[in-house]
Ligand binder design. Structure first.
Ligand code: GSH
Length: 227
């Protein structure tokens, strides 16, 4: 069922609340002020409508009213911000390639830390330590709070959902033993950000053929709350 707002058909976002890739896509859409129909997916039972659009079967998937399909989270962020970039995120390039380092190296070790038993021969602590090495490299760059300075920007938002997962694997160890105070403060500031909290609402699973929920910028303007 197609949803409309102010007479315009809404893009459809297939999303999963706890997926870090879907989180960054939702935050990009929010900052850009783009309303969508959100369809909450269960990963072990993906809707055929989503698989018909993108056979790789990962969330997020954004289906635009003109038929285009964007099925990579960073592409969703870029598409959204290309429409409206009130915080100038696209003007703050990721010179040190943090996003790629988190998507590749950090995520590789994060998965083996969290789910060591699923990976043959993986030792959770070795991978926890290898992921920590990436955070340790970032530590001196967070003196002002965020990677680019005093405000959260594209790079922070793209990588922090993975750092959140890293903490969740063992919050007691992270809080007491990580030994990277800037990283710890950076994650805690992110978890309090209205932008983050606003995209973490719980939604019922979308039922095929039904309407999703309207995922729209809040009236107060999430982007203002970022300042
Ligand atoms: N490169 C993709 C990765 C997306 C991804 O791997 N999402 C996970 C959930 S966090 C997924 O859908 N996995 C498929 C599954 O678990 O079946 C992106 O950035 O959008």
């Amino acid at each position: 069922m197609t949803l409309y707002q102010n007479g315009r058909e809404l893009p459809v976002l297939y999303s999963f609340r706890r997926c870090p890739y879907a989180m960054r896509a939702r935050m990009g859409l929010r900052v850009a002020g783009i309303a969508c129909e959100l369809r909450e997916v269960v990963l072990r039972d993906k809707p055929p409508e989503m698989l018909a659009l993108s056979q790789k079967g990962t969330v997020p998937v954004l289906h635009l009213p003109d038929g285009r399909v964007i099925d990579e989270s960073l592409d969703v962020m870029h598409w959204a911000l290309a429409h409206h970039d009130p915080l100038g995120w696209l003007g703050a390039p990721d010179i040190q390639n943090w996003v790629a380092r988190f998507d590749d190296t950090f995520k590789h070790h994060l998965d083996r830390y969290k789910y060591a038993s699923r990976y043959d021969g993986a030792d959770a602590k070795t991978h926890r330590s290898a992921a920590r090495d990436v955070l340790a490299e970032l530590e001196p760059h967070l003196e002002q709070g965020w990677i680019g300075g005093a405000q959260a920007e594209f790079t922070d938002i793209a990588v922090l959902p993975f750092v959140r997962q890293y903490r969740i694997a063992d919050p007691v160890w992270f809080d007491a033993e990580l030994g990277l105070p800037n990283v710890q403060k950076w994650l805690m500031a992110f978890l309090d950000l209205p932008l983050f909290l606003g995209v973490m609402e719980k939604y019922d699973r979308w039922q095929s053929g039904g309407a999703g929920i309207i995922f729209a910028p809040q009236l107060s303007g999430d982007s203002k709350n970022m300042q």
